[in-house]
Every structure is written in structure tokens, then in C-alpha cells.
Design a protein around this ligand. Structure first.
Ligand code: SME
Length: 169
């Protein structure tokens, strides 16, 4: 008798979702009881960066004033140190507080080419429950169109949890 009825759903989206479920669970366990925001950011980027092959630069930019982001913990090649809110994909995410999902960076006005190899990216804001922007999570890929709604769903869930846990940062 064929076992196909019991076979799990397959395909990239399902695999990616399962990988996110496991990764977010691991991050939650690692950050349990932690109140140091820098330690948390470093741990998150390490876990994400090593969990997904399409993540080629993974890091946080911290909101240090009303219109300036400064680089925080990251993995990958060196990133820009400072980004004002009026520049690039990170600036747009900080300004609008909305996730920016960019399938082709060349079509994004004002994209900052820290790395010439970046082809697509997703940037998710980290906002506290009392509406303070803490940082943005920036993930860049050398693959075109690397991110989809599964990435957006889970990265937004993660950033929402971080905003709540580190609201005092
Ligand atoms: N992708 C960003 C710039 C930061 S780096 O590439 C690490 C942007 O255009 O906002």
C-alpha cells in the first residue's frame, strides 16, 4: 500500500515554514529570562543566519535618534555603519514602520549598495508595545527574489516578540 496519503506536505514554502518554526522556538528558549538587548540581537542574527541558506547578510540597525539608524550585531560582510531614515530599504522600514519586502534591489529607489552582490532583501521594524522603534532587522540575499510571505510572516512574528521582551531597551 502506498504511504503517500501520510506523506508530509513538501515544497519550499512548507520546508521554510517548518525551519522558521524550529528556529523561532530555539531563539525563544535561548532568550528566556534575558534582558540584555545587545546579547539578544547577537543571538538572533546568529541563529537566523545559520538556519537559512538564502540569508547572506543578517543584522540589526538600531534606531538611535528620530532619524538615524546605526549598525548593531550582524553576520556577513561588513555593513554600512549609519543609515538615515531617508535612505535605502532600512530607512524606509524605519520611517514607515512597515516591513519592506524587496524582490529586486535595483528597482528600489535609493537602495544602499553596501554589498554589490545583494539582489533582494527584507527589512522588518522592531517596535515596542508603546510604539517606540527599537531597531530594524535587515536580511539581504545574493539571490534575486529570495524572500516571500513566509519570511515576512515569521520575521514579523519574531520582531514583535523582541519588541515586547525588550521594550525597556
Ligand atoms: N540593505 C540596506 C543597506 C544595509 S546593508 O546592505 C547591510 C538598505 O538599502 O537599506
Amino acid at each position: 500500500m502506498s504511504g503517500s496519503v501520510l506523506a508530509p506536505l513538501s515544497g519550499p514554502t512548507t520546508d521554510r515554514a517548518a525551519q522558521y518554526e524550529a528556529t523561532l522556538q530555539r531563539i525563544k528558549a535561548l532568550l528566556d529570562g534575558e534582558d540584555d538587548w545587545i546579547a539578544a540581537m547577537a543571538t538572533v542574527v546568529c541563529e537566523l543566519h545559520h538556519a537559512f541558506e538564502h540569508f547572506h547578510w543578517t543584522g540589526f540597525y538600531r534606531a538611535v535618534s528620530e532619524d538615524l539608524l546605526v549598525v548593531g550585531p550582524y553576520q556577513g560582510g561588513h555593513g554600512c555603519l549609519r543609515i538615515t531614515f531617508d535612505r535605502g530599504v532600512c530607512g524606509a522600514a524605519a520611517r514607515t514602520r512597515q516591513t519592506q519586502l524587496v524582490p529586486d534591489v535595483e528597482t528600489f529607489p535609493g537602495h544602499i549598495a553596501c554589498s554589490a552582490t545583494t539582489r533582494s532583501e527584507i527589512v522588518v521594524p522592531v517596535v515596542t508595545p508603546n510604539d517606540r522603534l527599537l531597531a530594524v532587522l535587515d536580511v539581504d540575499s545574493d539571490d534575486p527574489d529570495a524572500f516571500d510571505e513566509t519570511d515576512q510572516h515569521f520575521l514579523e512574528k519574531l520582531c514583535q516578540q523582541l519588541g515586547a521582551q525588550f521594550s525597556m531597551a
